[in-house]
Design a protein around this ligand. Structure first.
Ligand code: FAD
Length: 334
């Protein structure tokens, strides 16, 4: 059923008061294809709305993806392959797998949103990315409305990036993904905060479940809960700069955090750049940055998406003035 003039407030995490001209939900691939066959002039597939900033009312059809599914399709002594519906909640899926003792996505616990959006920006946290477990992605191609499967290689995964953010942006509706999780545990505990928690809790032997719970604790202490403070997660991507640029910054700011990617490229945390530009925890009107993480733009109450966008552009300008680095939004701006 297509409903007119629906408020999008419950359907995105920033909490801007915007509405959609038309709104519907789909619970199966067939339902999705049926809607797409009617050729809506303007439409947007929405998951959990946690990586999106609506700067204005949406003058088209919002299709909320609620396609379910969680099926083990292959299992050996070493691993398990699972097909998961795009409308499933990502965090609930992580918890379901860790409780079964399957290892691979425990570091990605508590990332909001749906399973179908995970490959789009190749979600990542604490040294793990969705691409590390994805075998393939199923989607409906908007050009011919046929179901297509892309292997991991065809998805062209990169840092917060995939083919679905570029060549196939707005041209594909992801309906399910296939992932491989391990029964032979090999944890990624490379982040200092994880090790600190392991020591603090005196954990002798990690399990996927205990590591997921550590991640949840760390994230809860650092990031705002969108149910309490509206936000859309990290607003900007961490810029990757040339070695020359990085060396210049490090010589001026010897404590600058940085991660060498290869001999020519270095990643600088956008949160640090924003903080150094004087924006950490600063409020401007109804918007601001989070007091514990400058990378997160927050809705301080009653903010419009436009206000958030204006603030983002001011921050971007200030970072450029101070460091000569262009930071780019990670969030989808509508
Ligand atoms: C508090 C907080 C913490 C976060 N932490 C992280 C983090 O640690 N790491 C990280 O990578 N991200 C993080 N994010 C960002 C966000 O959670 C992820 O990008 C998530 O995958 C978005 O999922 P979603 O279902 O909410 O997508 P939405 O916001 O609904 O959609 C995002 C984009 O994808 C499109 N889309 C959604 N579903 C589909 C589909 N099935 N097929 C085709 N297109 C689709 C939409 O049209 C839109 O353009 C965080 C966000 C918040 C609010």
């Amino acid at each position: 059923m297509i409903e007119p003039n629906i408020s999008l407030l419950p359907y995105h995490t920033f909490g801007a008061k915007v509405q959609a001209k038309e709104f519907t939900t789909v619970k199966s691939e067939n339902e999705l294809v049926k809607i797409l066959k009617e050729q809506p002039k303007k439409f947007l597939l929405l998951g959990g709305g946690s990586n999106i900033l609506f700067t204005q009312d949406f003058e088209g059809l919002i299709i909320k993806n609620e396609i379910p599914g969680f099926e083990v399709i292959n299992e050996t002594d070493d691993y398990v392959d699972i097909q998961i519906g795009a409308g499933e909640n990502w965090h609930e899926t992580v918890m379901k797998t860790v409780q079964k003792g399957w290892q691979g996505i425990e570091n990605l616990a508590l990332i909001p949103g749906t399973v179908g959006a995970a490959p789009i920006q190749n979600i990542g946290a604490y040294g793990v990315e969705a691409k590390d477990v994805i075998l393939s992605v199923d989607f409906i191609n908007h050009d011919n409305l046929e179901k297509t499967t892309f292997s991991k290689e065809e998805c062209h995964f990169g840092y917060r990036n995939s083919i679905f953010k570029h060549d196939l942006k707005g041209k594909a509706s992801i309906t399910s993904i296939k992932i491989r999780l391990s029964k032979k545990w090999k944890f990624n505990t490379s982040y200092g905060a994880i090790n600190d928690k392991i020591l603090e809790k005196n954990i002798k032997e990690l399990t996927p479940d205990s590591l997921a719970n550590i991640i949840i604790e760390i994230r809860n202490s650092k990031l705002p809960d969108p149910k309490v403070i509206g936000n859309c997660g990290s607003f900007f991507k961490n810029p990757v700069v040339s070695k020359l640029e990085a060396d210049k910054i490090i010589s001026k700011f010897p404590n600058a955090p940085h991660y060498v990617i290869d001999e020519n490229h270095t990643k600088i945390p956008a949160g640090w750049l924003i903080e150094q530009s004087g924006w950490k925890g600063k409020i401007k009107g109804n918007v601001g940055t989070y007091s514990k993480q400058a990378l997160v733009l927050i809705n301080n109450g009653g903010a419009t998406g436009e206000e958030a966008w204006d603030l983002a552009m001011t921050i971007k300008r200030d970072v450029f003035t101070k460091f000569g680095i262009e930071i780019e939004p990670e969030v989808n701006i509508i």
